[in-house]
Design a protein around this ligand. Structure first.
Ligand SMILES: *Cc1c(COP(=O)(O)O)cnc(C)c1O
Length: 429
């Protein structure tokens, strides 16, 4: 399905009409919008890299600093949001965003750390069944993590890492090709590790189809949802995903380097055969402080925790979760996102089709907020265009070798932002 563009016109008036009709337009006021040097709001189209700060986050963080000042160690047990169970306040709203039960979600560590912890449990290679399928040009951290796990288990990554690439002359990977690859290599595959949304092209993969195919052969599926969470609706529990990891600083607006999320399907919560790297915060809460030597894991995703978490960072995540709830959750945001990104595509196709190639698939099911653009101009190289955009007050991002990523975010971007961006891009070309 492609977006219905019949109500779109390539005019500022149309952009303003779309903003006036936008039932989520008020959400922009719940964020701090960075200012350009001319004093006006930046055209911030970079929420896929670092989401903007919700207005309430500073208050939530300050509140925990105050608790620490006034209460010291007693802050673990006092007030409306005591630190001891603080991460538990985040499980439910986070689970809503990823389509999981609260018990399947825990907020801990950072994305790559969680990826390793999950692979310790879910990548159990055997001789002749050791391969990990990832995409060619996966986010480097995912590539390094998978490769180092192979080495850790004594395998040669050249043989063990199976790379999924698009067909020649195509920018994105076809789901049918992934399914076929799984069919063909079922005997040797131990784990499929793929993104929900590919960071470079913005392509949304058909996660449900991939999980169900891999499970025909008892191959585990792990998802990296760095670019998917807070962007598109997810159904991790119903799809039967084995594990998933995501960061909270992109579409989740929880601040640079903030604590990450992790999903473990409930069918594993009581599985004593699973190996894991353990820490005291994963130990049964009722006996944790007896400080015994025998590890008894919590029977939920929390059983994978290692350490007591950084509360100031969790407070910022709580600010973000409340902001998502204020907007009514991911469904209405996704509806606006399809319109907003659809308007961006419409403007690019009507005004700049000669100079701009859009790598992201046009099927609405296969795209989220982000469009990845390759520009062809006699006047400027892609990188020069990007630098020029920055000078004009557009914040977006550049990915080597040749892509400008543009991500209008339904929580705080406007149709007018999108319109003005295309105007400035046209001037650059
Ligand atoms: C952003 C991103 C990461 C970042 O990893 P950190 O551990 O949070 O630094 C990893 N993988 C993907 C696919 C990403 O988009």
């Amino acid at each position: 399905m492609t977006e219905d563009t019949s109500s779109f016109e390539a005019t500022l008036t149309c952009a303003q009409t779309l903003d006036a009709a936008d039932t989520l337009a008020h959400m922009r006021a719940s964020f701090h919008i960075p200012k350009h040097s001319d004093g006006k709001d930046e055209i911030y189209l970079c929420g896929n890299s670092l989401g903007l700060q919700p207005q309430r986050s500073a208050e939530y963080v300050q509140r925990e600093l105050n608790q620490w000042q006034k209460l010291g160690v007693k802050g673990h047990f006092s007030g409306d949001y005591p630190w001891m169970p603080y991460h538990e306040f985040l499980a439910e709203p986070m689970a809503e965003l990823v389509g999981a039960k609260s018990s399947e979600v825990v907020v801990m560590n950072s994305l790559t750390v969680n990826l390793h912890l999950m692979m310790v449990s879910f990548y159990q290679p055997r001789l002749l069944k050791q391969c990990i399928l990832i995409e060619q040009h996966a986010f480097p951290s995912d590539h390094y993590a998978a490769e180092s796990q192979l080495i850790f288990h004594g395998f040669d990554p050249k043989e063990g890492l199976m790379l999924m690439r698009p067909r020649s002359h195509e920018a994105t990977i076809r789901t049918e090709d992934i399914l076929l690859r799984i069919d063909q290599h079922a005997d040797t595959l131990a784990l499929v590790l793929l993104p929900g949304v590919q960071y470079y092209t913005g392509e949304v993969l058909d996660m449900k189809a991939i999980v169900s195919k891999a499970h025909e052969y008892e191959i585990k599926v792990g998802l990296d949802l760095a670019h998917a969470v807070g962007n598109i609706p997810l159904e991790l529990h119903d799809w039967g995903v084995d594990f998933a990891v995501w960061c909270s600083y992109k579409y989740l607006n929880s601040g640079p380097g903030s604590v990450a999320g992790c999903f473990v399907h409930e069918r594993y919560h009581d599985d004593e055969m699973l190996k894991r790297f353990a820490g005291w915060w994963g130990h049964d809460k009722t006996t944790r402080f007896q400080m015994g030597d025998e590890f008894s894991p919590i029977k939920s995703a929390e059983g994978w925790q290692l350490s007591n978490p950084p509360i100031l960072s969790l407070a910022a995540i709580r600010g973000s979760m409340d902001t998502f709830r204020e907007a009514g959750g991911i469904q209405p945001l996704r509806e606006k996102s399809i319109r907003l990104t659809g308007f961006l595509r419409f403007l690019l196709e009507t005004r700049l089709s000669e100079q701009v190639d859009i790598l992201t698939p046009s099927d609405t099911e296969a795209q989220g907020c982000q469009l990845s653009l390759e520009v062809n101009s006699e006047k400027r190289t892609g990188k020069e265009v990007f630098d020029w955009l920055e000078e004009q007050g557009v914040t977006c991002d550049w990915r080597e070798p040749n892509v400008i990523r543009i991500a209008p975010v339904p929580l705080y971007n406007t149709f007018e932002d999108v319109y003005r961006f295309v105007d400035i891009l046209e001037a650059a070309l």
